[in-house]
Design a protein around this ligand. Structure first.
Ligand SMILES: [Zn+2]
Length: 178
């Protein structure tokens, strides 16, 4: 078996596959919790210290993966966190298809996890961006000349996440009046 490549391209590809198989034509906004549960990952809300966005943990010898998301963070933040942790789950499954016992991830809001250069975190963030803001939908909506605020609302993400995604896709919005 060839080694799974951890990079932005493979992250986007994995997210696109999941969108196609589990979300199909349900439209926007994409619900990462629905997709997680559809592939057997449990999702729970709980309270954490403010700097922790969420985490991925495996129970029952790895057979039961679960994402815990900080209920004190904004809804858009929680959506991104679930998508990020789902990225870790997908990557773990690709890297260790037969290995039950896996380490979990703790996703810190301002830590290395969210803005570092660790390839695994870059993968999880890129996966989350593609899952919540699929490239083809971004292109479609940008063509309809919406502002970043309206785009962020359509995708149900933060304006910062929306702008990151637009930068990432090298899309410049035309200035919208008002
Ligand atoms: Zn992470």
């Amino acid at each position: 078996m060839t080694k799974f490549e951890i990079n932005r391209e493979s992250a986007e590809l994995e997210a696109q596959r999941l969108i196609e198989s589990e979300w199909a034509d349900r439209g926007l906004p994409v619900d990462p919790t629905y997709i997680a549960r559809a592939i057997g990952v449990k999702v729970f809300e709980m309270t954490f210290p403010d700097d922790v966005s969420g985490l991925l943990k495996y129970f029952e010898g790895g057979k039961t993966p679960a994402i815990f998301v900080n209920s004190k963070t904004s809804v858009s933040r929680q959506r991104f966190t679930v998508a990020h942790e789902l990225g870790h789950f997908v990557l773990n499954a690709r890297q260790n298809p037969d290995d039950g016992m896996l380490d979990g991830d703790v996703f810190y809001r301002n830590g290395n996890s969210s803005n570092g250069t660790d390839p695994v975190e870059v993968f999880a963030n890129q996966f989350a961006a593609e899952l919540l803001m699929p490239r083809r939908f971004v292109q479609l909506l940008v063509n309809s000349k919406k502002s970043d605020l309206v785009l962020a609302a359509d995708f149900d993400v933060s304006v910062a996440a929306m702008n990151n995604r637009l930068d990432n896709l090298k899309i410049k919005l035309e200035k919208v009046a008002g």
